[in-house]
Design a protein around this ligand. Structure first.
Ligand code: FAD
Ligand code: NA
Length: 378
Protein backbone atom coordinates (compact mmCIF):
# COMPACT_ATOMS: atom_id res chain seq x y z
CA UNK A 1 0.00 0.00 0.00
CA UNK A 2 1.27 3.45 -0.86
CA UNK A 3 1.37 6.33 1.66
CA UNK A 4 1.16 9.15 -0.88
CA UNK A 5 0.16 9.55 -4.52
CA UNK A 6 1.94 12.28 -6.47
CA UNK A 7 0.24 13.26 -9.72
CA UNK A 8 2.80 14.71 -12.13
CA UNK A 9 6.49 13.83 -12.47
CA UNK A 10 7.61 17.43 -13.07
CA UNK A 11 10.07 19.09 -10.71
CA UNK A 12 7.37 19.80 -8.13
CA UNK A 13 6.20 16.18 -8.04
CA UNK A 14 9.72 14.72 -8.19
CA UNK A 15 10.85 16.86 -5.26
CA UNK A 16 7.86 15.86 -3.13
CA UNK A 17 8.36 12.19 -4.00
CA UNK A 18 12.09 12.24 -3.26
CA UNK A 19 11.72 14.00 0.10
CA UNK A 20 8.80 11.86 1.28
CA UNK A 21 10.56 8.61 0.29
CA UNK A 22 13.68 9.79 2.12
CA UNK A 23 11.42 10.32 5.16
CA UNK A 24 10.33 6.68 5.01
CA UNK A 25 7.06 6.90 3.07
CA UNK A 26 6.02 4.78 0.10
CA UNK A 27 5.23 7.10 -2.79
CA UNK A 28 3.47 6.40 -6.09
CA UNK A 29 4.11 8.91 -8.86
CA UNK A 30 1.81 8.95 -11.90
CA UNK A 31 2.23 10.97 -15.06
CA UNK A 32 0.09 10.94 -18.16
CA UNK A 33 3.16 11.48 -20.33
CA UNK A 34 5.56 8.69 -21.29
CA UNK A 35 8.49 10.33 -19.46
CA UNK A 36 9.42 11.99 -16.17
CA UNK A 37 10.60 15.59 -15.81
CA UNK A 38 7.47 17.48 -16.84
CA UNK A 39 8.22 20.47 -19.02
CA UNK A 40 11.90 20.46 -18.09
CA UNK A 41 12.32 17.10 -19.86
CA UNK A 42 15.07 16.80 -22.44
CA UNK A 43 16.15 13.99 -24.74
CA UNK A 44 18.98 13.14 -27.08
CA UNK A 45 18.13 13.84 -30.71
CA UNK A 46 18.75 10.45 -32.36
CA UNK A 47 20.16 11.80 -35.62
CA UNK A 48 22.70 14.24 -34.15
CA UNK A 49 23.24 13.25 -30.49
CA UNK A 50 22.36 16.81 -29.46
CA UNK A 51 20.37 17.22 -26.22
CA UNK A 52 17.10 18.98 -27.06
CA UNK A 53 14.43 20.34 -24.71
CA UNK A 54 11.09 19.13 -26.04
CA UNK A 55 8.95 21.70 -24.21
CA UNK A 56 11.21 24.72 -24.72
CA UNK A 57 14.75 25.52 -23.62
CA UNK A 58 15.33 25.25 -19.86
CA UNK A 59 18.19 27.02 -18.08
CA UNK A 60 18.65 26.37 -14.41
CA UNK A 61 19.30 29.41 -12.22
CA UNK A 62 18.70 30.27 -8.56
CA UNK A 63 19.80 32.47 -5.69
CA UNK A 64 18.15 30.15 -3.16
CA UNK A 65 20.95 28.38 -1.23
CA UNK A 66 18.67 25.59 -0.02
CA UNK A 67 17.51 24.80 -3.56
CA UNK A 68 21.06 24.97 -4.93
CA UNK A 69 22.32 22.55 -2.25
CA UNK A 70 19.34 20.25 -2.91
CA UNK A 71 19.71 20.01 -6.70
CA UNK A 72 23.46 19.41 -6.38
CA UNK A 73 22.70 16.14 -4.59
CA UNK A 74 21.47 14.78 -7.93
CA UNK A 75 23.55 16.49 -10.57
CA UNK A 76 26.55 18.72 -11.15
CA UNK A 77 26.06 21.84 -13.27
CA UNK A 78 28.17 23.23 -16.09
CA UNK A 79 29.43 26.81 -15.97
CA UNK A 80 27.14 27.80 -18.87
CA UNK A 81 26.16 31.48 -18.67
CA UNK A 82 22.97 32.38 -20.52
CA UNK A 83 23.01 35.32 -22.95
CA UNK A 84 20.31 36.39 -25.37
CA UNK A 85 20.52 38.47 -28.53
CA UNK A 86 17.77 40.02 -30.60
CA UNK A 87 17.50 40.79 -34.30
CA UNK A 88 15.83 44.10 -35.18
CA UNK A 89 15.71 45.38 -38.75
CA UNK A 90 18.62 43.28 -39.88
CA UNK A 91 20.86 44.16 -36.96
CA UNK A 92 21.76 42.09 -33.88
CA UNK A 93 21.68 43.65 -30.40
CA UNK A 94 22.40 42.23 -26.92
CA UNK A 95 19.44 41.67 -24.58
CA UNK A 96 18.16 42.51 -22.03
CA UNK A 97 18.56 46.18 -22.92
CA UNK A 98 21.92 47.31 -21.54
CA UNK A 99 24.47 50.01 -22.23
CA UNK A 100 25.74 48.02 -25.22
CA UNK A 101 22.22 47.86 -26.69
CA UNK A 102 21.63 51.56 -26.08
CA UNK A 103 24.91 52.76 -27.57
CA UNK A 104 24.55 50.50 -30.60
CA UNK A 105 20.94 51.58 -31.17
CA UNK A 106 21.55 55.33 -30.81
CA UNK A 107 25.05 55.13 -32.41
CA UNK A 108 26.40 56.79 -29.30
CA UNK A 109 29.10 56.35 -26.69
CA UNK A 110 27.13 57.28 -23.57
CA UNK A 111 28.22 56.45 -20.05
CA UNK A 112 25.70 55.17 -17.48
CA UNK A 113 24.51 58.58 -16.24
CA UNK A 114 24.12 60.07 -19.71
CA UNK A 115 22.21 56.98 -20.89
CA UNK A 116 19.93 57.14 -17.85
CA UNK A 117 19.22 60.81 -18.57
CA UNK A 118 18.46 60.07 -22.23
CA UNK A 119 15.98 57.29 -21.41
CA UNK A 120 14.33 59.43 -18.71
CA UNK A 121 13.93 62.26 -21.21
CA UNK A 122 12.40 59.90 -23.79
CA UNK A 123 10.06 58.37 -21.21
CA UNK A 124 8.94 61.88 -20.16
CA UNK A 125 6.60 61.81 -23.16
CA UNK A 126 4.17 60.04 -20.82
CA UNK A 127 4.84 62.30 -17.81
CA UNK A 128 1.80 62.94 -15.64
CA UNK A 129 -0.40 60.46 -17.54
CA UNK A 130 -1.40 57.02 -16.33
CA UNK A 131 -0.63 54.46 -19.07
CA UNK A 132 -3.96 53.26 -20.49
CA UNK A 133 -2.55 50.21 -22.27
CA UNK A 134 0.61 48.18 -22.73
CA UNK A 135 1.93 50.46 -25.46
CA UNK A 136 1.78 53.53 -23.23
CA UNK A 137 3.18 51.56 -20.33
CA UNK A 138 6.21 50.56 -22.42
CA UNK A 139 6.83 54.14 -23.53
CA UNK A 140 6.53 55.38 -19.95
CA UNK A 141 9.10 52.83 -18.77
CA UNK A 142 11.86 53.10 -21.39
CA UNK A 143 10.80 55.76 -23.91
CA UNK A 144 9.34 55.27 -27.37
CA UNK A 145 12.46 54.47 -29.48
CA UNK A 146 13.69 51.50 -27.42
CA UNK A 147 10.15 50.29 -26.69
CA UNK A 148 9.16 50.28 -30.34
CA UNK A 149 12.38 48.62 -31.47
CA UNK A 150 12.78 45.86 -28.89
CA UNK A 151 9.55 45.33 -26.96
CA UNK A 152 6.52 46.27 -29.03
CA UNK A 153 6.74 43.73 -31.88
CA UNK A 154 7.97 40.91 -29.67
CA UNK A 155 5.13 41.46 -27.19
CA UNK A 156 2.57 41.70 -30.01
CA UNK A 157 3.78 38.32 -31.28
CA UNK A 158 3.77 36.76 -27.80
CA UNK A 159 0.15 37.80 -27.22
CA UNK A 160 -0.98 37.82 -30.85
CA UNK A 161 -2.61 41.12 -29.96
CA UNK A 162 -1.80 44.75 -30.71
CA UNK A 163 -0.21 46.14 -27.49
CA UNK A 164 -2.68 49.05 -27.63
CA UNK A 165 -5.35 46.44 -26.88
CA UNK A 166 -3.40 44.84 -24.03
CA UNK A 167 -3.65 45.96 -20.38
CA UNK A 168 -0.75 48.05 -19.03
CA UNK A 169 -0.48 45.60 -16.13
CA UNK A 170 1.14 42.88 -18.29
CA UNK A 171 4.46 44.67 -17.92
CA UNK A 172 5.24 46.23 -14.55
CA UNK A 173 8.90 46.83 -15.29
CA UNK A 174 11.29 46.60 -18.22
CA UNK A 175 14.79 46.01 -16.97
CA UNK A 176 17.41 48.33 -18.45
CA UNK A 177 20.98 47.80 -17.33
CA UNK A 178 23.18 50.85 -17.32
CA UNK A 179 26.27 48.68 -17.65
CA UNK A 180 27.65 46.27 -20.25
CA UNK A 181 26.58 43.26 -18.16
CA UNK A 182 24.66 41.14 -20.66
CA UNK A 183 24.12 38.07 -18.46
CA UNK A 184 20.49 37.13 -18.93
CA UNK A 185 19.99 35.95 -15.34
CA UNK A 186 21.29 37.83 -12.33
CA UNK A 187 21.06 34.89 -9.94
CA UNK A 188 23.93 33.66 -7.77
CA UNK A 189 24.07 30.26 -9.50
CA UNK A 190 23.27 29.12 -13.01
CA UNK A 191 24.22 26.26 -15.28
CA UNK A 192 23.02 23.19 -17.13
CA UNK A 193 23.01 19.66 -15.70
CA UNK A 194 26.32 18.11 -16.80
CA UNK A 195 24.85 14.86 -18.10
CA UNK A 196 21.43 16.21 -19.03
CA UNK A 197 18.09 16.84 -17.35
CA UNK A 198 16.86 13.27 -17.58
CA UNK A 199 19.87 11.82 -15.72
CA UNK A 200 19.24 14.38 -12.96
CA UNK A 201 15.54 13.49 -12.69
CA UNK A 202 16.16 9.75 -12.75
CA UNK A 203 18.49 10.07 -9.75
CA UNK A 204 15.69 11.82 -7.85
CA UNK A 205 13.33 8.85 -8.16
CA UNK A 206 15.94 6.11 -7.90
CA UNK A 207 14.62 4.90 -4.55
CA UNK A 208 13.07 1.57 -3.48
CA UNK A 209 10.10 3.36 -1.90
CA UNK A 210 9.20 5.28 -5.11
CA UNK A 211 7.05 3.67 -7.79
CA UNK A 212 6.60 5.57 -11.06
CA UNK A 213 3.70 4.90 -13.39
CA UNK A 214 3.89 6.59 -16.79
CA UNK A 215 1.24 7.01 -19.46
CA UNK A 216 -1.56 7.09 -16.87
CA UNK A 217 -4.02 9.93 -16.43
CA UNK A 218 -5.09 10.34 -12.81
CA UNK A 219 -8.35 11.96 -13.95
CA UNK A 220 -9.25 8.91 -16.02
CA UNK A 221 -11.57 7.07 -13.64
CA UNK A 222 -10.66 3.78 -15.28
CA UNK A 223 -6.96 4.14 -14.36
CA UNK A 224 -5.64 1.98 -11.55
CA UNK A 225 -4.39 5.03 -9.65
CA UNK A 226 -7.08 7.65 -10.11
CA UNK A 227 -9.11 10.22 -8.26
CA UNK A 228 -11.81 7.58 -7.87
CA UNK A 229 -9.46 4.86 -6.57
CA UNK A 230 -7.59 7.10 -4.11
CA UNK A 231 -10.42 9.20 -2.66
CA UNK A 232 -10.68 8.80 1.09
CA UNK A 233 -7.87 6.22 1.08
CA UNK A 234 -4.57 7.98 0.49
CA UNK A 235 -3.40 11.61 0.38
CA UNK A 236 -2.69 13.05 -3.06
CA UNK A 237 -0.39 15.81 -4.30
CA UNK A 238 -1.89 17.01 -7.58
CA UNK A 239 0.32 19.02 -9.95
CA UNK A 240 -1.94 18.89 -13.02
CA UNK A 241 -4.28 21.71 -14.08
CA UNK A 242 -6.59 22.68 -11.20
CA UNK A 243 -9.47 23.62 -13.55
CA UNK A 244 -9.35 20.20 -15.22
CA UNK A 245 -9.34 18.47 -11.80
CA UNK A 246 -12.68 20.10 -11.03
CA UNK A 247 -14.15 19.37 -14.46
CA UNK A 248 -13.82 23.06 -15.47
CA UNK A 249 -16.79 23.75 -13.15
CA UNK A 250 -15.73 27.38 -12.64
CA UNK A 251 -14.63 27.92 -16.25
CA UNK A 252 -11.31 27.47 -18.06
CA UNK A 253 -8.19 29.22 -16.77
CA UNK A 254 -6.51 30.92 -19.75
CA UNK A 255 -2.97 29.96 -20.83
CA UNK A 256 -0.64 30.77 -23.68
CA UNK A 257 1.07 27.92 -25.48
CA UNK A 258 4.04 27.68 -27.84
CA UNK A 259 4.25 25.81 -31.13
CA UNK A 260 7.77 24.60 -31.89
CA UNK A 261 9.00 24.17 -35.44
CA UNK A 262 11.98 21.80 -35.32
CA UNK A 263 14.65 21.63 -37.96
CA UNK A 264 17.97 19.81 -38.37
CA UNK A 265 20.29 21.80 -40.60
CA UNK A 266 23.37 20.57 -42.47
CA UNK A 267 25.68 23.13 -40.85
CA UNK A 268 27.87 23.00 -37.75
CA UNK A 269 26.63 26.30 -36.39
CA UNK A 270 23.50 28.10 -37.54
CA UNK A 271 23.41 31.27 -35.44
CA UNK A 272 26.50 31.25 -33.23
CA UNK A 273 24.51 31.42 -29.98
CA UNK A 274 21.80 29.50 -28.14
CA UNK A 275 18.91 32.00 -28.32
CA UNK A 276 18.18 34.65 -30.93
CA UNK A 277 15.04 36.71 -30.43
CA UNK A 278 13.28 38.31 -33.40
CA UNK A 279 11.93 41.68 -32.32
CA UNK A 280 10.06 42.64 -35.49
CA UNK A 281 6.46 41.81 -36.31
CA UNK A 282 7.18 40.87 -39.91
CA UNK A 283 9.04 37.76 -38.67
CA UNK A 284 6.28 35.40 -37.47
CA UNK A 285 8.27 33.55 -34.78
CA UNK A 286 9.47 35.05 -31.50
CA UNK A 287 12.84 33.33 -31.25
CA UNK A 288 15.11 30.54 -32.44
CA UNK A 289 16.90 28.14 -30.11
CA UNK A 290 20.00 26.30 -31.25
CA UNK A 291 20.53 23.52 -28.75
CA UNK A 292 24.20 22.67 -29.34
CA UNK A 293 25.19 25.99 -27.78
CA UNK A 294 23.83 25.01 -24.37
CA UNK A 295 26.72 22.52 -24.10
CA UNK A 296 29.84 23.98 -25.70
CA UNK A 297 31.85 21.52 -23.55
CA UNK A 298 30.41 18.50 -25.42
CA UNK A 299 31.58 16.99 -28.67
CA UNK A 300 28.71 17.41 -31.10
CA UNK A 301 28.75 16.82 -34.87
CA UNK A 302 30.57 19.53 -36.83
CA UNK A 303 28.19 19.32 -39.80
CA UNK A 304 24.72 19.23 -38.28
CA UNK A 305 22.73 21.32 -35.83
CA UNK A 306 19.21 21.30 -34.35
CA UNK A 307 17.11 24.45 -34.09
CA UNK A 308 13.57 25.21 -32.93
CA UNK A 309 11.54 28.25 -33.92
CA UNK A 310 8.95 29.36 -31.36
CA UNK A 311 5.47 30.62 -32.23
CA UNK A 312 3.31 31.88 -29.39
CA UNK A 313 -0.51 31.73 -29.26
CA UNK A 314 -3.51 31.37 -26.96
CA UNK A 315 -3.94 27.79 -25.73
CA UNK A 316 -7.16 25.87 -26.13
CA UNK A 317 -8.04 22.69 -24.20
CA UNK A 318 -5.70 19.93 -25.27
CA UNK A 319 -2.77 22.28 -25.95
CA UNK A 320 0.21 22.32 -23.59
CA UNK A 321 -0.47 25.17 -21.14
CA UNK A 322 2.76 27.21 -20.81
CA UNK A 323 2.20 30.73 -19.50
CA UNK A 324 -0.81 31.81 -17.39
CA UNK A 325 -2.68 34.72 -19.00
CA UNK A 326 -3.91 35.90 -15.59
CA UNK A 327 -6.73 38.30 -16.49
CA UNK A 328 -9.04 39.57 -13.72
CA UNK A 329 -11.51 36.85 -14.83
CA UNK A 330 -8.81 34.19 -14.46
CA UNK A 331 -8.01 35.42 -10.95
CA UNK A 332 -11.69 35.27 -10.03
CA UNK A 333 -11.92 31.70 -11.32
CA UNK A 334 -8.71 30.75 -9.53
CA UNK A 335 -10.23 31.96 -6.24
CA UNK A 336 -13.27 29.76 -6.91
CA UNK A 337 -11.01 26.76 -7.60
CA UNK A 338 -9.05 27.48 -4.41
CA UNK A 339 -12.30 27.30 -2.47
CA UNK A 340 -13.11 23.95 -4.09
CA UNK A 341 -9.58 22.71 -3.33
CA UNK A 342 -9.98 23.65 0.34
CA UNK A 343 -12.98 21.33 0.51
CA UNK A 344 -10.73 18.37 -0.37
CA UNK A 345 -8.33 18.26 2.59
CA UNK A 346 -6.54 15.11 1.39
CA UNK A 347 -5.67 16.59 -2.02
CA UNK A 348 -2.84 19.13 -2.09
CA UNK A 349 -2.53 21.25 -5.21
CA UNK A 350 0.98 22.27 -6.19
CA UNK A 351 3.27 23.24 -9.06
CA UNK A 352 2.62 25.59 -11.92
CA UNK A 353 -0.55 23.89 -13.19
CA UNK A 354 -2.03 23.11 -9.79
CA UNK A 355 -1.65 26.70 -8.59
CA UNK A 356 -1.98 28.51 -11.95
CA UNK A 357 1.24 30.49 -11.80
CA UNK A 358 4.45 30.70 -13.75
CA UNK A 359 7.21 29.04 -11.74
CA UNK A 360 10.84 28.75 -12.72
CA UNK A 361 12.37 25.38 -11.88
CA UNK A 362 14.01 26.64 -8.71
CA UNK A 363 10.67 28.11 -7.60
CA UNK A 364 8.84 24.84 -8.24
CA UNK A 365 11.47 23.01 -6.14
CA UNK A 366 11.35 25.60 -3.32
CA UNK A 367 7.58 25.46 -3.27
CA UNK A 368 7.61 21.63 -3.16
CA UNK A 369 10.13 21.65 -0.29
CA UNK A 370 7.88 23.97 1.69
CA UNK A 371 4.82 21.79 1.00
CA UNK A 372 6.80 18.84 2.37
CA UNK A 373 7.85 20.82 5.48
CA UNK A 374 4.60 22.59 6.23
CA UNK A 375 1.87 20.25 5.04
CA UNK A 376 2.96 16.69 4.25
CA UNK A 377 5.40 15.97 7.09
CA UNK A 378 3.05 17.09 9.82
P1 FAD B 1 5.34 20.45 -14.98
O1 FAD B 1 6.77 20.36 -15.32
O2 FAD B 1 4.41 20.97 -15.99
O3 FAD B 1 4.88 18.99 -14.56
C1 FAD B 1 3.52 18.65 -14.40
C2 FAD B 1 3.34 17.21 -14.82
O4 FAD B 1 2.02 16.77 -14.46
C3 FAD B 1 3.45 16.99 -16.32
O5 FAD B 1 4.47 16.06 -16.59
C4 FAD B 1 2.07 16.47 -16.73
O6 FAD B 1 2.12 15.49 -17.75
C5 FAD B 1 1.57 15.88 -15.43
N1 FAD B 1 0.10 15.81 -15.36
C6 FAD B 1 -0.78 16.83 -15.52
N2 FAD B 1 -2.04 16.39 -15.38
C7 FAD B 1 -1.96 15.07 -15.10
C8 FAD B 1 -2.93 14.05 -14.85
N3 FAD B 1 -4.25 14.32 -14.83
N4 FAD B 1 -2.52 12.79 -14.61
C9 FAD B 1 -1.18 12.50 -14.63
N5 FAD B 1 -0.22 13.42 -14.84
C10 FAD B 1 -0.60 14.69 -15.08
N6 FAD B 1 12.21 27.31 -15.69
C11 FAD B 1 13.49 27.64 -15.44
O7 FAD B 1 13.92 27.59 -14.28
N7 FAD B 1 14.34 27.99 -16.46
C12 FAD B 1 13.93 28.05 -17.75
O8 FAD B 1 14.72 28.38 -18.65
C13 FAD B 1 12.57 27.73 -18.04
N8 FAD B 1 12.11 27.79 -19.31
C14 FAD B 1 10.81 27.51 -19.55
C15 FAD B 1 10.35 27.59 -20.86
C16 FAD B 1 9.02 27.32 -21.15
C17 FAD B 1 8.53 27.41 -22.56
C18 FAD B 1 8.13 27.01 -20.08
C19 FAD B 1 6.68 26.77 -20.34
C20 FAD B 1 8.60 26.91 -18.79
C21 FAD B 1 9.93 27.15 -18.50
N9 FAD B 1 10.43 27.04 -17.20
C22 FAD B 1 11.72 27.36 -16.95
C23 FAD B 1 9.56 26.62 -16.08
C24 FAD B 1 9.58 25.12 -15.78
O9 FAD B 1 9.10 24.42 -16.90
C25 FAD B 1 8.71 24.88 -14.55
O10 FAD B 1 9.32 25.44 -13.44
C26 FAD B 1 8.48 23.44 -14.24
O11 FAD B 1 7.91 22.81 -15.35
C27 FAD B 1 7.52 23.35 -13.07
O12 FAD B 1 7.35 22.02 -12.69
P2 FAD B 1 5.94 21.46 -12.28
O13 FAD B 1 6.23 20.14 -11.68
O14 FAD B 1 5.18 22.44 -11.50
O15 FAD B 1 5.11 21.32 -13.67
NA1 NA C 1 -6.93 20.62 -0.68
Amino acid sequence: MTDLVVVGAGLFGLTVAERMAAAGRHVTVVDRRDHIGGNAYSETDAATGIEVHRYGAHLFHTSNARVWEYVNRFTAFTDYTHRVFTTHRGEVFPMPINLGTINQFFRSALGPDAARALIAQQAAEMAGRTPANLDEQGVSLIGRPLYEAFIRGYTAKQWQTDPRELPASIISRLPVRYSYDSRYFSDTWEGLPVDGYTAWFERMIDHPRIEVRLGEDFLDDGAEVSRASTRGRVPVVFTGPVDRYFGYAEGDLAWRTIDFEWETLPVGDFQGTSVMNYADEDVPFTRIHEFRHFHPERTYPADRTVIAREFSRAAVRGDEPYYPVNTPLDRERLEAYRALAASEPDVHFGGRLGTYQYLDMHMAIASALSMVDNVLSR
